[in-house]
Write a protein that binds this ligand. Structure first.
Ligand SMILES: [Zn+2]
Length: 223
């Protein structure tokens, strides 16, 4: 196959593939009503289409050059690949943020016998050096604390960047600074700001954000 024909054929295949990906994404992945099992099937189809896209993209020599995207990257006009990016065999959406998996929350009222059976997802991705973990499980009986402790159903998202760890669940946002110099097993204390003396508070480089009614809006920690 000479160059012109290869390009024409590839363009045709990619354009058909993009239509299929858009169709699945629009009609199924964004559907709120779909059951988990059914959604998983369509998600798998989307993954497989994503894989096909990656493989088709390998044949592209980016003959027509690149166009600038809104976030100032350059993507191939034919295959949509970002200029200079390595090839990964993972699902990448064509537009918008990279999407891996669909959002899951615990849905069962049942308490499962084991953590394994209660687990919905517990996966970690190393994303350009930042670690992201999502742990979603139904309620289960824990043997950790002897007999009879029911662990609540939860969705916990944990992000680790260098020595900072942030954990978010339904009730708490916990930020932990890991200090290499601190010896393991050292004591940790906690308290509301009003419980701590002003002179001690001055050790904490924390700024609170609030509005005119003193509603809490967030906080900043200086490094
Ligand atoms: Zn290309």
């Amino acid at each position: 196959m000479h160059k012109g024909q290869a390009k024409k054929e590839l363009k045709k295949q990619l354009s058909a593939l993009f239509k299929s990906m858009d169709y699945i994404s629009k009609n199924f992945l964004d559907s709120e009503k779909m059951g988990k099992k059914e959604l998983q099937i369509f998600f798998n189809i989307y993954q497989q289409l994503g894989l096909a896209w990656e493989f088709l993209g390998l044949q592209c020599k980016h003959w027509d050059g690149y166009k600038k995207t809104r976030d100032k990257k350059e993507t191939c006009k034919i295959c949509g690949k970002v200029k200079g990016a390595n090839d990964f065999y993972i699902l990448l959406t064509r537009k918008g943020p990279i999407k891996l998996g669909v959002k899951v929350k615990p849905s069962s009222k049942k308490t499962f016998e084991t953590k394994e059976n209660a687990q919905i997802v517990n996966e970690t991705i190393d994303f350009y050096g930042a670690l992201v973990n999502v742990d979603v499980h139904h309620s289960y009986k824990s043997r950790l604390f002897g007999k009879g402790i029911n662990m609540a159903a939860e969705r916990i998202v944990n992000v680790k960047e260098e020595n900072v760890e942030c954990s978010i669940d339904e009730h708490l946002i916990h930020i932990r600074l890991r200090d290499k110099d601190r010896k393991a097993g050292g004591k940790r204390y906690g308290g509301f700001p009003w419980e701590i003396k002003k002179k001690d508070l001055k050790h904490f480089p924390v700024i609170f954000d609030f509005d005119e009614k003193y509603r809490f809006l967030g906080l900043t920690i200086l490094k």
